[in-house]
Design a protein. Structure first.
Length: 293
């Protein structure tokens, strides 16, 4: 018995070499892995990948989720990828499939809802039948309300409309504070409010340059926010862990790397392992059993 009610892990790019990548970084102490595919499965056979990964993990870590990140409202290969991930998640021991909700690009967000209802009513039923939860990442993909790109699940207003359109308990969120800070939203009150719908958490943070915002605004041509690896950004992850635990969250926080402006390239894994150990400290440090009374 230890801290693994909330595991700390990392994202792995979904490709034929995913298992080999996991084998290389597993010794660093990652407790979970989220395998994420971009737009399609391609030549990856999920049955084989699941078997290869299981042979490497050998009970030392878990697969928290698999993901399909594309635009399932407009891209048929992405929609079919969602179907396959939902069908095969159990082979990885995972009960969460994550990704973007999709969007009808170039149209205001409400114009995506009829197609969202058509696609996700079917996928939600598929997930319910297989005991799978769907977690929509809250990334805006450089879109906004009047012209979303790839993903309408980037703001609370969108979430409310989506969950009203398809009122399935299988549908929820893959949340992270980074995307909220990019929108200048205070992430912690939002986490408290939406916690019952949060099925997976990404370990990604942001740094907001408030001096730039106050002087030039967000449309003045000056960078005002940067995606950061946990431990280098603005969020107090001890608070995040406390809110998750107080709300009964059982799952993983998987670090989403490859975004930090400093800990990247040859420093990528340095930053990720720092974040791993930082988040473990925010979780409470090394587990200490209580004395027997």
């Amino acid at each position: 018995m230890n801290h693994t009610d909330i595991r700390i892990g990392t994202l792995v790019q979904g490709n034929p070499r995913s298992a080999e990548y996991i084998k290389q970084i597993l010794p660093h102490g990652f407790e979970s892995f989220s395998i994420a595919f971009w737009r399609e499965l391609g030549e990856v056979q999920l049955d084989r990948l699941a078997s290869d990964v299981d042979g490497i993990l050998e009970g030392r870590a878990v697969i928290s989720s698999i993901g399909m990140f594309g635009n399932p409202l407009q891209d048929e290969e992405t929609r079919q990828g969602w179907e396959q991930c939902i069908d095969k998640a159990h082979l990885f021991g995972a009960s969460v499939v994550a990704g973007f909700a999709g969007a009808i690009e170039g149209q205001p967000l409400p114009e995506s809802l009829p197609r969202f209802t058509e696609v996700w009513s079917e996928l939600a039923k598929r997930a319910e039948d297989r005991g799978v939860k769907i977690a929509f990442e809250n990334c805006d993909m450089d879109g906004w309300w009047h012209a979303p790109k790839w993903n309408i699940a980037h703001s609370p207003g969108g979430w409310e409309r989506m969950f009203d359109a398809v009122p399935s308990p299988a549908l929820g969120l893959e949340w992270e504070p980074c995307h909220q800070l990019v929108s200048l939203i205070d992430p912690l009150p939002q986490l408290r409010k939406w916690l019952p719908r949060i099925y997976h958490v990404h370990g990604k943070d942001a740094t907001v340059a408030w001096d730039v915002v106050k002087e030039s605004g967000i449309r003045g041509g000056k960078p005002y926010v940067w995606h950061r690896t946990p431990g280098f950004g603005d969020t107090n992850w001890t608070d995040v862990l406390s809110i998750l635990r107080m709300g009964g969250y059982k799952g993983s926080i998987d670090i989403e790397g490859w975004h930090d402006p400093v800990y990247r390239d040859e420093l990528e894994m340095t930053g990720q392992v720092f974040a791993l150990n930082y988040l473990k400290q925010c979780r409470g440090g090394a587990f200490v059993p209580n004395p027997e009374l």
